[in-house]
Design a protein around this ligand. Sequence first.
Ligand code: FAD
Length: 462
Amino acid sequence: MRVIIAGAGPAGMVVARTLVDRGHDVVVLEKRSVAGGKVSAWQDEDGDWIESGLHVFFGAYHNLLGFLERYGLGNTFNWKPAEMIFASERHGLAGIRFTPWLPTPLNGLAGVAKFTPLSLGDKLRMGLGLIRPIFGDQRYVDQQDDESYASWHLRHGMGQRSLDEVMHTLALALNFQRADKISAKLALTAMLHFAHEKNAPKMALVQGSPDTNIWRPLIKQIEDRGGMVELGRKVTGIAYDQASNQVTGFELDDGSMIRGDVYVSAMPVHNLRKIVPESLRSLDYFANLRHLKGSPVITLQLFFDRQIAGVDNLLFSAGTHLSVYADMAMVAPEYHNGGKSIMQFVVAPAEELIKLPDDELVRFVMSEFVRLHPVAREAKLLKHTIVRIPNSVYQARPGVDKYRPDQASPVSNLFLAGDYTRQHFLASIEGATISGLQCVERITTAFANGTLTPTYEVMASG
Ligand SMILES: Cc1cc2nc3c(=O)[nH]c(=O)nc-3n(C[C@H](O)[C@H](O)[C@H](O)COP(=O)(O)OP(=O)(O)OC[C@H]3O[C@@H](n4cnc5c(N)ncnc54)[C@H](O)[C@@H]3O)c2cc1C
């Protein structure tokens, strides 16, 4: 079968690599000049790497780690200790360290017990409040989708301080929104994995750039097996034949049309919505996509003339817009440019900040950063880079989960992949990987059931 895939983010690349492995002919069309989507990286004129976002990989990412392992890319990570280090103006650096020799969930609870920003009362209230999800299952967690996490947290008696010191930060790291804007399901799903799997909280960063270590090797593997990954090719329309209920081609921005037997949208949901054919828009499956809106987020890098934080791990911050950050010169030594700090920040919530001009944004981030790390006041800022993403992962607001689409669409040869589609994990690289694998299974099943009839080769030869 010839499969046309729009989008070379993690989901599209998983679909392409897996289908090539199964002997299919794949063409990936990517509108940007780099692959990797929100996990892409590229070099600026000085040779420094710019990333769409600071990307952390967890031990819980079984599908992604398995996928990379299967294709010889399993050794691409720098694994860090399982510890969430929080920086705050009041408490300095304080960590929740998962105790390696204790079984789950005691390993995490022991870490919380030693977390100094919370009082003994806060910790006890948290322990009691989280009993149900910790010892519960995904079914219970799924039922909490209609309530915000903040409301769920307070309703379970855990109090405001643990929300402010820990949970708003976790929500921002997960979805770039504070805990009053995300569904309880999202935060509880993350906690469920941490509470049940010993290795889930282990964190890793790519040893160097994801471009060099993941996307280019995958592209080469796909092309060596006869597939194509075409960068700088934007899909602008979906040609749809109502009579046969089939997609007949993807229209491209140069006016050409590309045809295959099967079509996969691995684009983010807001890009797909723009090109859903008029005659399909009223179907619930496509109409419901309007509920899935992207979260704005900014990735900002500050290059300093000296080392600042001195922490070889991720840092989370409470009470600022620097939800997650790291010194790339330490955590990904291949980024090192001579003993200096390259602080990379995920800036959120970003609804207002994203509109600021560069110099104001840098001033704002610096003002929050020096509150957390006063030593930065003495350092010289050598350069900065900024990536604004107005529509990143879909906002997992209360009640939205039910609108996520299955990978098989009502159109017989159109399938969806992407972190926003229905899969049991969060909108993340792991979620995108699961969506890609599920998409492949839907295509394979449709083909085996005879609901998918290859027409491309017939058309091409006729
Ligand atoms: C700042 C930031 C930090 C993050 N940190 C983490 C993290 O630490 N851990 C984690 O697990 N996840 C993280 N994520 C989330 C993760 O990046 C996403 O969940 C993941 O990239 C989703 O993959 P995807 O393939 O579904 O979509 P995307 O990565 O968005 O890929 C979609 C691709 O489709 C392309 N495309 C769009 N329109 C068209 C078109 N018309 N024609 C052709 N191509 C098109 C896009 O250019 C893109 O390459 C982060 C995201 C951001 C923004």
